[in-house]
Design a binder for this molecule. Structure first.
Ligand code: 5GP
Length: 172
């Protein structure tokens, strides 16, 4: 298997994650505890680094959704594969996502999570591809804006491979 060339190095990612954590802390200054929702599987590495960079108490939960491959659907319908364990009512919630592409997955997630009555609901995405957006979905914390390239590593896969690369690489 060939090694994907580096788009964003480990050092660049670590520095940006620290910056995102600082932004999140600033916006939740009045909150006693933050509740981070990790969208599996792609966001697991980002979540692990982000939660350790935060200096306010945080609780965690995990959910899994099936993202239809780009081009196979325009409906934005997303299947929930694993739901949350903990109720959201009254919590300060931050969704932690790997990448926002068309925005359809995140749009769906925000809708169903908002309906569960969190006190606040914000979203952190490590990566964003604005040129691919189909719906205008709010993302309060964006790590890096990238061009329309297929990226892997730092949790992101291609057919379940490359998730363990310590950097973000490009496959195309
Ligand atoms: P969206 O609903 O925004 O189009 O899709 C978001 C999901 O598609 C992401 O959570 C991710 O799983 C997948 N995705 C989009 N772009 C890429 C990419 O460049 N690389 C990888 N590995 N997954 C991607």
């Amino acid at each position: 298997m060939s090694v994907p060339p580096i788009l964003l190095s480990t050092e660049q990612i670590q520095e940006r994650v620290r910056g995102l954590a600082a932004e999140i802390e600033r916006d939740h200054a009045g909150a006693e505890t933050l509740h981070l929702l990790c969208v599996l599987k792609g966001a697991f590495v980002f979540l692990a680094d982000l939660v350790r960079a935060l200096r306010i108490p945080a609780t965690l939960d995990f959910m899994a959704v099936s993202s239809y491959a780009a081009g196979t659907t325009t409906t934005g319908e997303v299947r929930l594969l694993k739901d949350l364990d903990i109720a959201l009512d009254g919590r300060h919630v931050v969704i932690v996502e790997d990448i926002v592409d068309t925005g359809l997955t995140l749009n769906y997630l925000q809708e169903i999570l908002r309906a569960r009555g969190p006190k606040t609901l914000r979203t952190a995405c490590l990566l964003s591809k604005p040129s691919r957006r189909k719906v205008n979905v709010p993302v309060e914390y964006v790590g890096f804006t990238i061009d329309d390239r297929f990226v892997v590593g730092y949790g992101l896969d291609y057919a379940e491979e490359h998730r363990n690369l310590p950097y973000i690489g490009v496959l195309d």
